[in-house]
Design a binder for this molecule. Structure first.
Ligand SMILES: Cc1cc2nc3c(=O)[nH]c(=O)nc-3n(C[C@H](O)[C@H](O)[C@H](O)COP(=O)(O)OP(=O)(O)OC[C@H]3O[C@@H](n4cnc5c(N)ncnc54)[C@H](O)[C@@H]3O)c2cc1C
Length: 349
């Protein structure tokens, strides 16, 4: 299994519990995995069910995640619309400490017997009859090819394995995000996710644990490639063009008491799906298989749902069924089509 993000950890967890032997690698070092700042932190109330299936619910509940009671949006309007989670049967959602969340999933996989290798990437990947000959690049691991019966691509938007196999990605939309994490002097009182449209894109901000705030400015690269850069001054001037986001970050007394935790970064935020999410001896899960627009706040959930479905499909294959991979692909395709409908309706509005 390649990639130890939420999708990779979740699929390793489900497979290990089905009694299958899993080797999981990630090119990031242990230190990078446990400290990296990553955007993607809103979990809806429905996540509780999946976290229970992954048997991490108690650890999740005991951790330092922020409760989130809903979303508010100034979507081409000065009047906000609210999506109140308190009306949801499961109650509130969360703004998670992403590093802690991923650590919890990795620890669980390790406890279930998954062999985890950080700081490791694939050198060669060759299909030889029914097996993969894989050489791993890592100082401590033998570079000689090792044999695997199945390879899972959980490398996020990179889709590293699928790309290596020349599988193309189909795009529903092109979008980039200018992402920045802030340390605030005073805690934001408001726990909702805030979305606001501006002339050339839209802003997202959310309070995350430890007095931090995650922000992202979403824009269309075809129109804004030259005007949006990762420089701090550019980020500040874009923020100044917003109304509600800038006001929220300035705090109650307009003191602007925050500092950037790291330089702003431009990341991909497009929607797309692999032309083929599985093939002979491989499949893709999570962002490697398909990506959602951040407006949906659904990437983490989708990663874990696809991981559960992928594990079921692989288990079916191991037990001699020849239809489970096809069913997995059909489910992925259907949920992507449904998502595209919703996304279009949302942007039309
Ligand atoms: C701006 C923005 C905002 C978002 N907001 C939200 C949100 O609020 N809520 C939400 O649910 N989702 C959100 N998402 C989406 C969410 O972050 C992703 O869906 C989620 O991270 C996908 O998990 P994953 O495990 O599939 O991939 P990733 O988390 O990207 O993990 C991939 C892993 O693979 C490793 N890797 C990559 N290439 C290789 C290689 N060649 N060899 C070895 N290892 C490799 C990486 O180091 C990484 O650990 C957002 C996304 C963006 C861009």
């Amino acid at each position: 299994m390649v990639g130890l993000g939420p999708a990779g950890c979740a699929v390793a967890n489900f497979l290990a519990r089905l009694g299958l032997e899993v080797v999981a690698i990630d090119r990031s070092t242990e230190a990078q995995l446990s400290t990296r700042l990553r955007i993607g932190e809103s979990l809806p109330p429905d996540a509780k069910h999946l976290l229970k299936q992954l048997d991490v619910w108690q650890n999740f509940e005991a951790a330092n995640h922020e409760k989130c009671y809903g979303n508010q949006a100034y979507w081409h309007s000065d009047k906000p619309t609210f999506h109140d989670f308190m009306k949801h049967p499961q109650g509130h959602g969360w703004h998670i400490d992403r590093a802690e969340f991923e650590q919890m999933l990795r620890d669980k996989a390790k406890n279930l017997g998954v062999a985890i290798h950080a700081d490791t990437s694939i050198g060669e990947l060759v299909r030889d009859g029914d097996i993969w000959q894989v050489s791993l690049k890592n100082n401590d691991l033998c570079p000689a090819p090792r044999e695997f019966s199945f390879v899972i691509d959980a490398t996020g938007r990179q889709s590293w394995v699928a790309r290596k196999l020349a599988i193309e990605r189909l795009y529903e939309s092109e979008q980039l995000a200018l992402v920045a994490f802030l340390q605030t002097g005073q805690d934001l009182k408001d726990s909702t996710s805030l979305v606001e449209t501006v002339e050339n894109g839209w802003w997202y901000s959310a309070k995350i644990p430890n007095g931090r705030v995650a922000t992202a400015f979403m824009f269309d690269p075809r129109q804004q490639q030259k005007t949006v850069t990762a420089g701090v001054e550019n980020w500040q001037s874009l923020l100044a063009q917003s109304q509600h986001t800038a006001k929220r970050l300035a705090g109650l007394n307009n003191a602007c008491e925050y500092e950037l935790l790291a330089p702003p970064k431009i990341v991909a935020a497009d929607s797309g799906i692999l032309q083929q999410v599985y093939g002979e001896g491989w499949l893709a899960v999570g962002d490697a298989a398909m990506t959602y627009d951040p407006i949906a706040s659904h990437g983490l959930m989708m990663s874990m749902v696809s991981a559960r479905d992928a594990a079921g499909a692989i288990n079916g294959l191991v037990n001699g069924r020849d239809d489970t991979m096809k069913m997995y692909a059909q489910r992925m395709c259907e949920s992507f089509m449904q998502y595209c409908e919703l996304r279009r309706a949302f942007y039309r509005a």
